[in-house]
Design a protein around this ligand. Structure first.
Ligand SMILES: Cc1cc2nc3c(=O)[nH]c(=O)nc-3n(C[C@H](O)[C@H](O)[C@H](O)COP(=O)(O)O)c2cc1C
Length: 195
């Protein structure tokens, strides 16, 4: 049976984005034939060998000051040496992204766009969220999948005064699961196609 490896690599300062990352990982792990892995990173100390083996890498970080957290950006910057200059080790892998922040927008789009550019620099193929926007009509609600209305990746919102046990919302976690499953299914298509 065809096997594909999907790696989730993320940073979380206070645990909210960790919960989102775990939901992405869970979604990927539910797809038959996929081995799903999850790694927390903080700067250049990262599982480079494991990431090189993955067919898809899903990037995640909280949005801090309108971009990925500095800890995750330091991980990204380290790939200049460990991945790019080392021979384009991530070329033709799949990529996707997710982010979480306190405000409903909070400039999360800037973080996801930054991940997209980062993936393109490595020659990776970007997988978008693939869900219609939720909660954008009189019949919508906060329980809708993709309630924040993103297309490029998965977004989550965590109230600034709530701990990671309470936020992000169930709908945001389900949206994250959807992204993980979508990337996993797409990774299987790519692996089968290459075979
Ligand atoms: C340094 C810093 C900068 C932040 N900047 C933003 C921001 O630009 N937009 C926003 O909506 N929330 C911002 N927040 C709130 C966090 O995104 C929010 O608390 C998030 O849930 C933290 O995720 P974490 O628990 O995974 O670290 C910021 C928080 C910190 C600590």
């Amino acid at each position: 049976m065809t096997k594909a490896i999907v790696a989730v690599v993320y940073h979380s300062g206070y645990g909210h984005t960790k919960r989102q990352a775990e939901a992405v990982h869970y979604g990927a792990s539910q797809v038959a034939g996929v081995s799903a892995e999850i790694y927390a990173v903080d700067g250049a100390d990262a599982p480079w060998a494991e990431l090189e083996k993955a067919d898809a890498i899903i990037f995640g970080a909280p949005t801090y000051m309108g971009g990925p957290s500095a800890q995750f950006k330091a991980f990204q910057d380290a790939t200049s040496h460990t991945v790019f200059a080392a021979g384009g080790k991530w070329k033709d892998k799949l990529a996707a992204g997710f982010t979480n922040s306190a405000s409903r927008s909070g400039d999360k789009l800037a973080t996801l766009q930054q991940f997209f550019i980062f993936a393109a620099q490595h020659g990776m193929h970007w997988v978008n969220l693939g869900l219609p926007p939720g909660n954008n009509s009189s019949k919508g609600s906060e329980a809708d999948l993709n309630r924040l209305g993103f297309f490029i990746g998965a977004a989550a919102q965590s109230n600034a005064d709530q701990s990671a046990e309470l936020a992000p919302s169930e709908s945001d976690l389900k949206t994250a699961e959807h992204l993980g499953a979508r990337v996993a299914n797409t990774a299987l298509q790519f692996v089968r196609g290459r075979e």
